[in-house]
Design a protein around this ligand. Sequence first.
Ligand SMILES: [Zn+2]
Length: 107
Amino acid sequence: MIKQIIELSVEHNNVACPMCQHDILDWQQEQYLQPCEHTAFIALDLGFEYIADFFEQHLPHTVDEIHDQELNIFEQINASQGINLTVFKQDLGAHNLCRYIGVIRPE
Ligand SMILES: [Zn+2]
């Protein structure tokens, strides 16, 4: 599956949806995760923080299986089939952890 990975080096920067410019990650909000209709998932290496219904079916495993078996989140995202995504990868600056934000991409 073709995915575009965009690495963001600065943590605590807002991340805007390339489709609608909505801030998916908005540090001005108390609830800083603000998925829009184009947001497929928001995940940490440790697990999914948000997943859209339309995306879960593209994963090789269900989210419950991924969490229960502690499967590698980034590998699972990479193994998704049948959907074009832009994935923003943001280093959290601690413990080699990253946050991943997937946005659907038109063909
Ligand atoms: Zn959007």
